[in-house]
Design a protein around this ligand. Structure first.
Ligand code: SIN
Length: 537
């Protein structure tokens, strides 16, 4: 038989992605009585949020800290590219978000006085990171997931992959561009047409665009690609954050060594046991992430070493075990006793500070299409995200995105038009899976080698030229063969790679995470890089 089998589902809201922002929005919507479907590519708890170690950056100790200090730190790290109004919105709503998750059942670590224990991370002028040991994301997702699965208004479809959202104008010879649903690839290969008045894209990041990343395999930039194809512009996609310290180990991939270790006194050293960060920034090992990642990259290139090391041996062994039980155990299993040996680390792609243009409440220019978490560019992060501000953004957005969606549906007039079924055309069974694998590897390698921590005009041009060839091949494959998760991910990954390269080419300066050796200076005025559909399709 040609093409994939078909099926239909109806919902008020379709949420694509099951990280913190997606699940907490689902919960708020369900509590308002809206029928909500959550589609996620793997199990409900596979996401970047679930892996987050550090915590939620929030002002809770007002004796020493203040919203103004948090705002200042965020804008300093973001190299002035932040939207100050958005920064204020997230910072000031942080404490309420903490209370909300505590009420839901999250246990954050407390100090001996029974107050929240506050961690410190790079770029923060005060201790303000609320955490649950070194598994904050796991704790948050565990609690939210439980509530989501118990709620009768929420249906969770695991192992389902979103293909594209559907706008009215695409099929209905209508002027209206509003959302009417989405096509989704079911777990048995069937294509599901979901009719929904609103869709929330909350698929998380795009770390898999790069060869080395701290992110899980699901992070192929699906939300950004789907939203862009629907017509939402992207902002500052060149601002890819590389985390300075991912475990360097031949068998263990993508294991983050939290910045909180440096916050507690960990020091970066080279193979010869020498410190080097004093050459790069007065805050040394605790300098903002972009500076530390670039410094490590430079040291590795100069010395030819495969990694640098994080030295925790000066800290009390008992404290290390108590404060970082998960990282301690994983290092031990890898044969690294952090009490006595430095931990080998390298930088890797970690977080996309840019994303789909949106308001802090998740609203986009497409009626009925909302975005949340890492998919969204709200203006909080600027040119470099301050550590632990990502869980802050996700934690705050759930409530406000839900409010926006409730109000959109309340104002909706008439029934949601039913989208036509997916048209398989002449799609046949995939013949050469090797094409997918080959292109997948090539995109990630090109991005790592040419569009990584340090960029140049020539490298960006080379990357774009190679991507153009691949784009043609992938497009042809997409239209001729039955869709599969691998193919959909590759299509998304390639588009996101292109958006990163085009954005990087447009920025004629170095700022925050974007460093181009041909434009090493930072321009006086901080301006967003915006790429629209008209520039690509
Ligand atoms: C970390 O724990 O180092 C990661 C936290 C973050 O990315 O904000």
């Amino acid at each position: 038989m040609k093409g994939n089998k078909m099926k239909r589902i109806y919902a008020d809201v379709l949420i694509i992605g099951s990280g913190l922002s997606g699940l907490s929005t689902a919960l708020s919507l369900a509590e308002k009585g809206l029928k909500t479907v959550v589609v996620t590519k793997e199990a409900i708890d596979v996401s970047n949020s679930a892996n987050a170690q550090g915590g939620i950056a929030t002002v809770t100790d007002f004796d020493v800290d203040s919203f103004e200090k948090h705002i200042k730190d965020t804008i300093t790290a973001g190299a002035g590219l932040n939207n100050e109004k958005a920064v204020r919105f997230f910072v000031e709503n942080g404490p309420d978000a903490i209370k909300y998750f505590e009420k839901l059942g999250c246990h954050f670590t407390e100090n001996e006085e029974g107050k929240l224990d506050l961690g410190r991370e790079g770029g923060h002028s005060e201790r303000r990171v609320v955490h649950a040991g070194d598994i904050t994301g796991f704790e948050l997702i565990k609690v939210v997931k439980k509530a989501v699965l118990l709620h009768s208004n929420i249906t969770v479809l695991e192992n389902h992959t979103a293909i594209d959202v559907i706008t009215e104008s695409k099929f209905m010879s209508s002027e209206s561009n509003k959302i009417i649903g989405a096509y989704v690839l079911g777990k048995n290969g069937e294509i599901i047409t979901i009719t929904a008045k609103t869709v929330l894209l909350a698929t998380g990041g795009c770390g898999k665009v790069y060869l080395y990343t701290s992110n899980p395999d699901v992070t192929t930039g699906d939300g950004v690609a789907i939203g862009f194809r629907a017509g939402v512009p992207v902002v500052n996609m060149e601002m890819i954050q590389f985390h300075p310290t991912i475990l360097y180990h031949e068998k263990i991939k993508s294991m983050l060594i939290s910045e909180a270790l440096r916050g507690e006194g960990g020091v970066l050293i080279n193979k010869r046991g020498e410190t080097f960060m004093e050459k790069y920034h007065p805050l040394k090992s605790l300098a903002p992430r972009d500076i530390v990642a670039r410094a490590i990259d430079h040291e590795m290139k100069m010395s030819g070493d495969d990694c640098v090391f994080l030295d925790m041996t000066k800290l009390d062994g008992h404290f290390l075990q108590q404060r970082f039980p998960n990282i301690f155990r994983i290092c031990m299993d890898a044969g690294i006793d952090m009490r006595t040996m430095p931990i080998p680390v390298v930088p890797a792609a970690h977080y996309s500070c840019g994303g789909l243009q949106s308001e802090p409440t998740g609203k986009t220019i497409i009626p009925g299409l909302f975005v949340s978490g890492e998919v969204a560019h709200t203006g909080l992060h600027g040119a470099n995200r301050l550590a632990s501000n990502s869980l802050l953004e996700a934690a705050v957005m759930g409530k406000y995105v839900a409010k926006e969606i409730v109000s959109y549906i309340a104002d909706y007039t008439g029934e949601c038009p039913e989208p036509p079924e997916w048209n398989p055309g002449d799609a046949e069974d995939e013949d050469e899976k090797i094409i997918i694998k080959q292109n997948w590897d090539e995109v990630r390698r090109i991005m790592w080698n040419y569009v990584g921590i340090v960029r140049s005009n020539k490298r960006l041009e080379r990357a774009m030229a190679r991507l153009e060839l691949m784009k043609r091949e992938i497009n042809e494959y997409y239209w001729n063969f039955k869709v599969s998760r691998d193919l959909l991910e590759l299509r998304n990954l390639t588009l996101v790679a292109e958006l990163i390269i085009r954005s990087a080419m447009k920025r004629k300066e170095s700022r925050g995470l974007h460093f181009n050796i041909d434009y090493p200076e930072t321009l006086k005025e901080a301006k967003d890089t915006i790429v629209t559909q008209a520039e690509i399709f």
